[in-house]
Design a protein around this ligand. Structure first.
Ligand SMILES: *Cc1c(COP(=O)(O)O)cnc(C)c1O
Length: 364
């Protein structure tokens, strides 16, 4: 079934927040706490394909207890941001890359692929309806969360014959209020995030569910996040629970773990390859062993380590910790290469420099 052309209807929220209520939220939004006045919804069945695209008042979904996603976790999601530029226009960063990744995730989870024009249309319609919710100001943005789930009421185990796609939006403050700070990362020795042949390369809720117990362990050890190794040899560095990793070497090269099939292909990771080359670095994708991380930070051949993803952009990693040891990168604070790459990326997203790679897409 090929889906029909994207046409969306708008049902305005008559109980929308007042400008005063909205401004109070936008002055200090935090992350993931507040949601805009509207949400996007569309439905899929094998017979109709994608249909019923609509922007409606934000509110609870009514879910039958036998809805498949509640039992078997057939669900995928995306994450991207809308940014206000100096002239008040609103822009997205590489939304076509999110659309393509959502199709890849859908294939792995046996969900129907959402056509690219439906994905881009859904974002555009929601951001246009809620344009007053995109916060202006230093590193503020509107975080967009497209997601798709098995909405068939059926307990049999098979790909759902009814699927719902939705987009919600949440104003986001600067991730690092008061300056970018280096974090400590816990090395998980017992758990893996994903395994060979599994769903690690798909952006699905189940991967996050698997990361929560090791994340608790990290928190108990005073660390912000978990670093995961490959599940077969427990030797190769993969990524954090929701961010990819980069290593800056003393010879000026920058290394990121090559895609293994269980690493999520981040759009920030991909963009940084280009930005780092623009800044004159050689970027290499290859396997990085946990011994290289430990020994490299000890002997100075690795000078900086950072994590990257849409939510926090670039996060410096001051130290890797494990039972009985730690590997401190540089002086344990944000390094110069990390900071320069972060600034270069954020400057593009906020329209402060020329968008040389055609990454920005204007909404309104
Ligand atoms: C979303 C995600 C990332 C980062 O991807 P971006 O496209 O850069 O936001 C990295 N790792 C995992 C596991 C993720 O889910």
């Amino acid at each position: 079934m090929t889906s029909t052309q994207f046409v969306s209807r708008l049902e305005r929220n008559h109980a929308a927040k007042t400008p005063e209520q909205r401004d109070a939220i936008l002055s200090d939004p935090g992350f993931g706490n507040h949601f805009t006045d509207h949400m996007f919804l569309a439905e899929w069945t094998p017979d109709t394909g994608w249909s019923d695209a609509r922007v409606v008042p934000y509110g609870p979904l009514s879910i039958d207890p036998a809805t498949a996603v509640l039992h078997y976790g057939q669900e995928i999601f995306e994450g991207l941001k809308a940014y206000v530029h100096e002239d008040g226009s609103i822009w997205l960063f590489r939304p076509d890359a999110n659309a393509a990744r959502m199709q890849r995730s859908a294939r792995r989870l046996a969900l129907p692929e959402l056509p690219v024009d439906w994905f881009l249309g859904s974002i555009r319609e929601l951001v246009s309806a809620d344009r007053d919710w995109v916060p202006a100001g230093e590193e503020k943005s509107l975080y967009l969360r497209p997601f798709m789930f098995a909405s068939e009421v059926f307990l049999g185990v098979r790909p759902s014959q009814h699927v719902t796609y939705s987009v919600i939006a949440s104003p986001a403050g600067a991730y690092f209020a008061g300056g970018v700070r280096a974090v400590s990362i816990w090395l998980s020795s017992e758990y893996s995030r994903a395994g060979a042949g599994g769903t690690g390369a798909a952006k699905c809720g189940g991967n996050y569910a698997a990361s929560l117990l090791p994340q608790q362990e990290a928190t108990a050890n005073g660390c912000a996040q978990v670093a995961f190794l490959d599940s077969t040899e427990h030797k190769w560095v993969e990524e954090l629970g929701g961010m990819n990793l980069y290593f800056v070497r003393s010879d000026g090269t920058i290394v990121t773990p090559e895609l293994s099939g269980s690493i999520l292909e981040g759009i920030t990771r991909d963009s940084i390859m280009t930005i780092a080359r623009d800044l004159g670095h050689t970027v290499i994708e290859r396997r990085v062993s946990i011994d290289e991380w430990r020994e490299g930070t000890a002997d100075g051949s690795i000078t900086e380590v950072f994590a990257c993803g849409t939510a926090a952009v670039v996060t410096p990693i001051g130290s890797l910790e494990w039972d009985g040891g730690e590997a401190v990168s540089g002086d344990g604070e944000a390094g110069k290469v990390t900071t320069d790459i972060r600034s270069a990326l954020v400057d593009i997203q906020y329209g402060r420099v020329t968008d040389r790679h055609g990454w920005m897409s204007k909404v309104v």
